[in-house]
Design a protein around this ligand. Structure first.
Ligand code: PSV
Ligand code: MN
Ligand code: MN
Length: 431
């Protein structure tokens, strides 16, 4: 029997009150979809199977380099973060795994941590290493880089941290390591572009050699920040080159916020799929840069177009296609639990809309060069409100038809605030 953070009676009561209207909306949508020869039940089954991981650091209030305004009842350690992640999954039924960040989430006893996550039925997603900041007990500084540092001993230290992350991941039952480094430069001439990338590849080769055969090594690129002139792994080009150099277990990870504004991310996704190098995603949204805003809050059409590529690859049975999905957001003015529930559902929504695209019609338009009708074919799916499918998928799995309403009624935040005193520095600040 799984531990539950929200009373199942409350969820049932709220669901009973909402079910009549949901069923009416669902039946209507079923009729609409049947006109396109789509069986709503098949789509709902796929919605039920959809999973997106939650980042452990996402349940703490984020912040900017100017300030962090703590929320109430913030989790103070990885166990409390897991409690909040359990709430998100209980209500949304699509976030059954948690991605940890080390050493932020480091514990003395990983067996205890695994038992705790098991008690909530949560799995461990990709392990994130951290060599972008100095830790209190650290011998050598990453001020001038980690895996690419000009000093060999500093590179060794950064490699060793990634190796210990793999060991911790094994104990948690994870099967992936995600490496993001902020290494780069702030001044033209500060760093030799080729030599720094060579040092990166050398370091990553050592890490790659410790990746178990049934694991993947995900490389995350980011255009800028914290380095503001050049970043060593700055875009998908450097990323895929590194992944190709390392081997089959190395793949590229796409964080939506890590590109220049207006970059065609869905096309990058297509290229990575074609060359069997799409490892996974960090979903979030942005207006300017790596804003880490809630998924689907600014560019829902872009998110849908990305899923259009993913569903297309799935439908074609593209070889080597098995990307992992995760949120990577910073919540500065909202309750992180609410934002993460909302965001997970928004990503799920993009997936479902992409599933109902009429692919035969789209392909026909492409062959005939009918640009307008091709675009309209995508828009037809995007404009359809698939909320009843998402709500029904949650309901059938024991989640909440109206998750935010149920969460607020549960008074969860006020309850945890009683046992989690407010500490200005609590939670994980996001860099
Ligand atoms: C960097 O901006 C990033 O997106 C990486 O995924 C980090 O691991 C995460 O944010 C948390 O700082
Ligand atoms: Mn990220
Ligand atoms: Mn980021």
């Amino acid at each position: 029997m799984k531990n539950q953070r929200i009373s199942s009676e409350l969820i049932s009561e709220n669901n009973e009150a909402a079910l009549k209207h949901l069923q009416e909306d669902y039946d209507h949508l079923s009729t609409v979809l049947s006109r396109q020869n789509i069986d709503i039940e098949a789509v709902t089954t796929q919605a039920q199977a959809f999973e997106i991981a939650v980042p452990s650091w996402g349940v703490g209030t984020g912040g900017t380099r100017f300030a962090r305004f703590p929320g109430i009842g913030e989790p103070r350690n990885v166990f409390e973060k897991l409690e909040d992640c359990a709430v998100i999954n209980q209500l949304s039924q699509c976030t059954g795994s948690v991605s940890p960040h080390f050493p932020w989430d480091k514990v003395d006893d990983f067996t205890e941590l695994k038992a705790f996550s098991d008690s909530y039925g949560l799995q461990w997603d990709s392990i994130n290493s951290n060599t972008f900041q100095d830790q209190a007990d650290q011998a050598l500084s990453y001020k001038y880089g980690s895996l690419t540092n000009t000093d060999a001993a500093t590179r060794e230290q950064a490699i060793a941290h990634n190796l210990e992350c793999i060991e911790w991941g094994k104990q948690l039952g994870s099967n992936r390591l995600t490496v993001w480094v902020g290494d780069g430069s702030n001044h033209p001439g500060q760093q030799h572009f080729q030599h720094s990338f060579e040092r990166y590849l050398d370091s990553m080769k050592t890490i790659y050699s410790a990746i178990p055969d049934d694991w993947e090594l995900h490389i995350e690129h980011k255009m800028f920040e914290p380095a503001f002139y050049s970043t060593v792994v700055q875009d998908w080009g450097s990323n895929i080159l590194a992944a190709m150099e390392l081997g089959d277990k190395a793949k590229s990870l796409v964080d939506l916020g890590h590109h220049a504004p207006n970059v065609n991310i869905e096309m990058i996704v297509s290229r990575l799929i074609q060359f069997k190098k799409l490892g996974g995603f960090h979903f979030n949204d942005s207006k300017y840069g790596d804003d880490d805003l809630d998924s689907g809050s600014i560019h829902p059409y872009q998110q849908f177009l990305i899923f259009n590529e993913l569903v297309d690859a799935e439908a074609r049975g593209q070889e080597g296609f098995n990307p992992s999905y995760m949120l990577d957001q910073s919540h500065n003015v909202t309750d992180p639990i609410e934002s993460l529930i909302n965001s997970a559902i928004e990503v799920q929504r993009s997936y479902i809309k992409a599933l109902i695209v009429d692919r035969a019609a789209l392909s026909d338009c492409q062959e005939r060069n009918d640009a307008l009708m091709a675009s309209n074919t995508l828009k037809q799916a995007f404009n359809l409100d698939v909320s009843p499918i998402l709500a029904m998928a949650r309901y059938r799995q024991g989640g909440a038809i109206n998750p935010l309403q149920t969460y607020r009624q549960s008074q969860y935040r006020a309850q945890v605030a009683e046992v989690r005193p407010s500490v200005a520095g609590s939670g994980s600040g996001i860099v």
